[in-house]
Design a protein around this ligand. Structure first.
Ligand code: ADP
Ligand code: MG
Length: 559
């Protein structure tokens, strides 16, 4: 039996595609500019293999022109252009990508800067335009052709005039309707913003005419109209520059330009990885907590670029929750994009990058702790809680990553100390890492329960954050030392003083204790003699895992 080809109602398919692939209309400009950049790239690769040709950097650019009155937006390039056949094949066949074919042919010749691959981006123009006209003249051809379409009803191609090699795409922008606004795509400032957002690092200049008024020379109140050609994009991304040529100020400027935060970052890291996965990244550890940081509104994530083109504003998969404060970007050529290029297929490359980044952040924080203690403490004041949540969440799975980064106030040092510092100071006879929980350092200091431990000369960690004790329960022990609350029944301390003191023995005071227990029925489970007190007559203690402070927190939590 002869095999039949699938038929497609191409009109409907086009309509469905245009309206379902992209979540944002403004993407059309990114797509057309990316195509223009690919076209210049192709011409560039051609010159590499053709001795008769020279590639004059200044001759290659992309120009965006808006005509408000005529409602047209034009994107022109000085790239390789298209022949009639190419117009037919590339713009007349949905999902046909001339760029992908080019990339495959030229694999060996470093064709990896080419962006196109799906053969659908061009049609995104119909999200904002009623009519699209493409005038193109291919390299090495004397003729130019005009491709024209109103979208679903097909297209025409006719010969036309064009002086220079390249392509000029003109969109007739749709009229505003009650529900949909299109006028913005004719506004200079808006177009500039879209170009900056998505196409800032396209390697060729994207130019626009800036029109405006300025004071006439030599006059104070007379103005003149002017028009000037401006390059909108920065072209060379900072992350492709050589680390050694960049200063801290360069990174700080980038942080500010990108509006990652209003503060100055405490630390930055610039990664150029070319191992199992190739990517560039610039990451920042901010100083201040964003106002919404500890709320549901806060969205973690890094900017994700593919070949210098912005794909996602906040790629959450690149950061673990406990490092959600990190800002920055990642650029990689190795990503599997989905067709809209707004999302990624969940792939191995991405999880490799994420893992890599996680380790980098950890070592940055460790070096901050080691070499810039004051800065680390500033960082810890802003984001320490998040690290502790990180230890507590996922059943303590991440404690190995995080435990060395934790700090608590120390009773003897009177400042924040790490667990490692605590353990290294422990006298030989000290069995446990002692801690005391309370609402403030002041209050903990007055707790009778701390007396005995303090009297022994042992250091006590003060837990003033709700999460502290819960996090510590997940760590269980650090360097083989278990944690012990000063209010727990068995402190593991031999008390010399009371050892032979029969008065402190339960048996001698049986009647008294039973009487007290009767009065306090329902409030305490047992009254007994304590060996831990020095100046205080009485204290509360707990048996088992849950301490008094934890109980308070658990009871305060909504059910
Ligand atoms: P993709 O860019 O993913 O290949 P598009 O739908 O954006 O898909 O474009 C389809 C094809 O049309 C491109 O692969 C390219 O061959 C051709 N093309 C589009 N725009 C231009 C242009 N400005 N200059 C030259 N060729 C172009
Ligand atoms: Mg494209």
């Amino acid at each position: 039996m002869a095999k039949k080809q699938f038929q497609a109602e191409s009109k409907r398919l086009l309509e469905m595609m245009i309206n379902s692939i992209y979540t944002q209309r403004e993407i059309f400009l990114r797509e057309l500019i990316s195509n223009a950049s690919d076209a210049i790239d192709k011409l560039y690769y051609r010159t590499l293999s053709d001795e008769k040709m020279v590639f004059n950097q200044e001759d290659y650019y992309i120009k965006v022109t808006a005509d408000k009155a005529g409602r047209t937006l034009t994107i022109s390039d000085t790239g390789i252009g298209m022949t009639m056949e190419e117009l037919e094949n590339n713009l007349g066949v949905i999902a046909k990508s001339g760029s992908l074919a080019f990339k495959k042919e030229n694999e060996a010749k470093d064709g990896h800067n080419i962006i196109g691959q799906f053969g659908v981006g061009f049609y995104s123009a119909f999200m904002v335009a009623d009519e699209v006209t493409v005038i193109s003249k291919a390299l090495g051809s004397d003729e130019a052709f005009k491709w024209e379409s109103h979208g679903a009803d097909g297209y025409t191609i006719v010969p036309c005039e064009k002086d220079t090699v390249g392509t000029e795409i003109t969109l007739t922008i749709k009229e505003n309707t009650e529900d949909d606004q299109y006028d913005e795509f004719l506004e200079e400032y808006r177009l500039k913003a879209i170009i900056k957002k998505y196409s800032d690092f396209i390697r060729y200049p994207i130019k626009m005419d800036e029109k405006g008024q300025r004071p006439k020379e030599g006059s104070e109140n007379e103005f003149e109209e002017y028009q000037e050609e401006q390059t909108i994009n920065s072209m060379v991304p900072i992350w492709r520059k050589n680390k050694n040529e960049l200063t801290t100020e360069d990174y700080e400027r980038f942080y500010q330009e990108k509006r990652y935060g209003f503060d100055k970052p405490l630390k930055h890291v610039h990664i150029s990885a070319d191992g199992a996965v190739v990517y560039n990244a610039i990451l920042f550890i901010p100083e201040n907590t964003p106002f919404d940081y500890y709320s549901k509104e806060y969205e973690k994530g890094l900017e994700l670029y593919s070949n210098g083109v912005l794909i996602m504003n906040k790629c959450a998969d690149l950061l673990p929750d406990y490092f959600s404060f990190v800002k920055g970007m990642v650029d990689s050529e190795d990503l599997s994009l989905n067709i809209s290029r707004e999302m990624l297929q969940h792939d191995r490359q991405l999880s490799l990058i994420a893992k890599n980044i996680k380790n980098k952040i950890k070592s940055q924080l460790q070096s901050l702790l080691k070499d810039e203690r004051e800065n680390y403490e500033r960082f810890y004041k802003s984001f320490g809680r998040q690290l502790k949540f990180g230890v507590y969440n996922d059943y303590g799975m991440n404690k190995d990553v995080l435990q060395d980064l934790l700090m608590f106030h120390s009773s003897t040092e009177k400042k924040l100390v790490t667990l490692d510092e605590y353990v290294s100071r422990m006298p030989e006879d000290q069995k446990y890492i002692y801690y005391a929980a309370g609402s403030s350092i002041d209050r903990i200091e007055k707790l009778p329960q701390t007396e005995m431990v303090a009297d022994k000369g042992y250091e006590i960690l003060y837990f003033t954050d709700d999460i502290d004790e819960f996090a510590i329960k997940m760590i269980m022990n650090y360097k083989e030392k278990e944690f012990k609350s000063v209010s727990s029944g068995d402190l593991g301390i031999e008390s010399d003083k009371n050892e032979n003191d029969t008065n402190a023995d339960d048996s001698g005071n049986k009647d008294l204790f039973e009487h007290m227990q009767g009065i306090l029925a329902g409030k305490v489970s047992k009254v007994k003699a304590s060996k831990r007190l020095k100046t205080h007559p009485v204290c509360l203690s707990t048996e088992g895992e849950v301490t008094i402070e934890m109980e308070k927190i658990l009871q305060a939590m909504p059910n």
